[in-house]
Write a protein that binds this ligand. Structure first.
Ligand code: ADP
Ligand code: MG
Length: 570
């Protein structure tokens, strides 16, 4: 898995090398600085030559500037590296999710996909940036500093051996409690978010039950819990930095006192003592870095594992290697002994059906019988278990998904509107549509009146959920999309079921026009809607029970006749 993690560095090799080598140089300069101080105090000061001191200081200044600049590179380019890797991964995951089949979305929570594409990747990006670099630098600094201390004075260096484990313990312990505090906080903010989402999207329900007080009460509980968690988190954070600070001062003092004693005995020069104290402070950094890494690594890797899990789930429905790119379809649809179930339960059992090009076939029957299922098999949203579905005599599994689906239009009860303008939403039916084509589609869908009334016309922004459009207007928009797409096969799945009878009748005219010269599959509750269908197919739990023309079925006195009687008696 780690090997795979590193493959994401490959496109950013140069950035990585630049960042890494700068970090190494910064670390070396940092290690060298106390040595320069020793030399300064022990050699230059006794000489008392002012001009040498000035020129050495100028040299130091130059080194400082270089070091600062490199530090900037490490910070900026290093984060850029992490961000680039994160962005690559995000794009890859998004593209992958786009290609997933319906079954995947049936079984996956939107929230989970969202958090993988956003939160998980933050951690991975951080790890990508800090992981290899900080680990290397920390080890290098630590070993380097300790080795230099040993060469200066073994006795004093041995004291440090006692200091380091205490420091490691303190920092690790503090990190652990901080982690716990953050985790609490993140959990509580998620609850707050969920509450907000619930009461905002459910505001109509809240207000119609006049439950505002209740919602405020509930929210306040979560809000207070979050407040508490956040305060605790910051308290732990402050305690941590204070105690590490205090411990460091304490150690400095110990080194100072023992070092002073060694100096009196002539075992240490003044400059070496100062250098030593500086190295004690340097030692804190690698310990800090590694303990942060210890926490970042599992988090980032867990995120990366979830990322791979999602990335490695192959889409269920894929083109065969020899799939054919279909030119314009005529629109004959054939179901041959089709058996299908979503999971283990069979929904369609050996269904056979023949639909001629240009025909309008209506599906009626109780809800849950499988009407929508039949229709979603035609664009191959799901693969059937046995039998075959053919269009123009060719099995749809032998066609490319793209050429098949681009020739089937679907209008459903819920019209999904994307955030954006009205025009963008209409043009979704044909992304490269010209203005002329859009106007024609709008005219044919009878959307002109609406657009004329809107202050911004085509450029009107559509709210998050298209709240500004009525059900009828949304359906018109969906119809306009279809006129643009102009598919030879059309599926209308309860397109008008949510509308009142009057609106439905008006929209019906547009739908009838849309259905002209296309093979059309209509699912409808209200039987009036399907009066004009060439054929009616009655679907029940037992499969296709009746099939025939409107009057024919009524005469027959079966299920359809019964449905008809019930609806028209009301
Ligand atoms: P209809 O459109 O006639 O009301 P559907 O085709 O939507 O019926 O549903 C047929 C059966 O398949 C129902 O029992 C329903 O619960 C089940 N079903 C529909 N969609 C799914 C799905 N995505 N996953 C699992 N089962 C489903
Ligand atoms: Mg349905």
């Amino acid at each position: 898995m780690i090997k795979r993690f590193f493959t994401y560095y490959l496109p950013h090799k140069k950035l990585f090398i630049l960042d890494f080598s700068s970090a190494v140089i910064v670390a070396i300069l940092e290690l060298a600085f106390p040595m320069a101080v020793t030399w300064f105090i022990d050699k230059l000061l006794p000489e008392g030559n002012w001009s040498t001191i000035v020129s050495v200081s100028c040299g130091l200044l130059a080194l400082y500037l270089v070091s600062t600049y490199l530090q900037y590179i490490v910070n900026y380019w290093g984060h850029k590296l992490g961000i680039n890797i994160e962005t690559d991964m995000r794009a890859q995951l998004f593209n992958h999710v786009q290609r997933q089949s319906f079954k995947f979305f049936d079984n996956t929570k939107t929230g989970h996909v969202m958090s993988r594409i956003t939160n998980d990747l933050f951690d991975i990006g951080e790890l990508a940036h800090h992981g290899p670099e900080d680990l290397f630098i920390a080890i290098m600094t630590f070993v380097g500093a300790f080795w230099i201390m040993l060469t200066i004075n073994v006795k004093l260096a041995l004291i440090v051996i006692f200091i380091v484990p205490v420091l490691v313990w303190l920092i690790t312990y503090c990190n652990k409690s901080m982690n716990k505090a953050w985790k609490h906080m993140y959990g509580d903010i998620a609850d707050v978010n969920a509450r907000v989402e619930d009461s905002v999207s459910g505001v109509r329900v809240v207000q119609s039950f006049t439950n505002e007080e209740f919602e405020m009460e509930r929210f306040s509980v979560n809000n207070k819990r979050f407040r508490k968690a956040k305060i605790v988190a910051y308290k732990v954070m402050s305690l941590t930095s204070s105690s590490v600070y205090m411990l460091m001062r304490f150690f400095t003092l110990v080194v100072l006192v023992y070092g002073a004693w060694l100096t009196f005995n002539g075992e240490l020069t003044n400059g070496e003592l100062v250098a030593f104290i500086l190295y004690v402070n340097i030692l804190q950094k690698p310990i800090d870095k590694i303990s942060t890494l210890l926490e970042l690594y599992p988090k980032g890797m867990a995120g990366f594992r979830r990322f791979l899990d999602l990335l490695d789930s192959e889409p269920e429905i894929q083109d065969r290697p020899d799939a054919v790119e279909m030119p314009a379809l005529r629109g004959d649809i054939q179901f041959n002994d089709v058996t299908f179930g979503y999971d283990n339960r069979t929904v369609l059992d050996q269904i056979s059906l023949n639909i001629k090009a240009g025909e309008t076939v209506a599906f009626v029957g109780p809800s849950g019988a499988g009407k929508t299922t039949i229709c979603s098999l035609v664009p191959r949203f799901y693969d059937i278990n046995s039998g075959a579905i053919k269009i123009d005599g060719m099995d749809i599994r032998d066609m490319t998904k793209h050429s098949l689906r681009s020739q089937i239009g679907i209008v459903q009860q819920d019209v999904f509107l994307f955030t954006g303008t009205l025009k963008e939403n209409i043009a979704y039916g044909k992304l490269d549509a010209t203005d002329e084509e859009i106007h024609t589609a709008v005219r044919r869908a009878h959307l002109e009146d609406l657009i004329r009334k809107l202050p911004d016309g085509y450029e009107t922004q559509i709210g998050e959920r298209g709240l500004k459009l009525s059900g009828g207007q949304k359906q018109r928009l969906a119809i306009a999309r279809m006129f643009l797409k102009n598919p030879p096969i059309l599926i209308l799945d309860e397109a008008t079921s949510a509308l009142d009878t009057e609106t439905e009748q008006i929209i019906q005219a547009s739908l009838n026009e849309l259905a002209k010269n296309r093979t059309t599959l209509v699912i409808a509750h209200r039987l009036a809607t399907i009066r004009n269908a060439d054929r009616i197919v009655v679907v029940t739990e037992n499969g296709i029970e009746e099939e025939g023309g409107h009057d024919e079925l009524i005469e027959k006195g079966g299920i359809f006749a019964n449905l008809h009687r019930v609806q028209y008696q009301r």
